[in-house]
Design a protein around this ligand. Structure first.
Ligand SMILES: N[C@@H](CCC(=O)N[C@@H](CS)C(=O)NCC(=O)O)C(=O)O
Length: 234
């Protein structure tokens, strides 16, 4: 079977991995995982014991979880097509640094905001967490704007996997009304440019189950049951 990306809905951070696979252009399939029910269920935990998405199953059945590991796996396949850089190069270090920032500081800034939506909390706890989350989201946007340094793309002079991953997280700021992105002009331009990228439009349509066309190698969806049955039969 082609590689399968298990992506979480709604609005999951798997978004960037879908964009990356589209850009890579090689055949792949998708498996839709509803959060939290299916992601934390026993069946999916057979593929990722952590119970989180994304997870990638490679064509030889190996399982890779954690966005950084998945993006670096895709990156290694995309060096020839200019999607990423060879380990040991300065560009690789820059990309890895940016991905690490996005995957830790930037991603985690939203955690308090998600917590108040996903858990029952009393009014004062909600106010404290909301203020803390918004302050973190503002801080990490200011940091990222400084790292962007007036360039068009997060790393180097062309799009990279960092821009793909950024897009999946950045939209959470709108959902939580945590910032006005126009206060960060460089990030705002990047967001607008990426929003019109065919792979970003595709990933958005996939999440929302809208009709769409792949500009990469998407071969269709496969269900979790089908994947588990195929693995058992191996
Ligand atoms: N460190 C992980 C974090 C993955 C993560 O938190 N995934 C969320 C979606 S963005 C998830 O699957 N949550 C499970 C749930 O909400 O049930 C990564 O970078 O891939």
């Amino acid at each position: 079977m082609e590689p399968v990306l298990f992506y979480g809905v709604p609005e999951g951070c798997s978004f960037g991995s879908i964009v990356a696979l589209e850009w890579l252009g090689r055949p792949y399939r998708l498996c839709r995982i509803q959060m939290p029910e299916v992601a934390s269920g026993d069946d999916f935990r057979r593929l990722n014991p952590v119970g989180e998405t994304p997870t990638l199953m490679t064509s030889d059945g190996q399982l890779v979880s954690e966005s950084l590991a998945i993006l670096n796996h895709i990156a290694a396949l995309g060096i020839d097509s200019g999607l990423a850089f060879a380990q040991g190069s300065q560009e690789f270090d820059r990309l890895n640094q940016m991905l690490a920032f996005l995957n830790t500081s930037y991603f985690n800034a939203f955690s308090p905001l998600w917590h108040v939506i996903e858990h029952e909390v009393d009014r004062s706890t909600k106010d404290v967490l909301t203020a803390y989350g918004r302050a973190n989201v503002q801080k990490t946007h200011a940091q990222l704007e400084a790292m962007l340094g007036g360039r068009d793309w997060l790393v180097g002079d062309r799009r990279s996997l960092a821009d793909a991953y950024f897009m999946g997280i950045a939209r959470w700021a709108d959902f939580h009304q945590a910032i006005d992105r126009r206060d960060y002009p460089g990030l705002n331009r990047l967001y607008e440019r990426m929003a019109s990228d065919p792979a970003v439009r595709f990933a958005h349509a996939i999440e929302h189950e809208e009709p769409t066309r792949s500009s990469g190698g998407f071969m269709g969806h496969v269900s979790l049951d089908e994947v588990l049955a195929a693995r058992q039969a191996r």
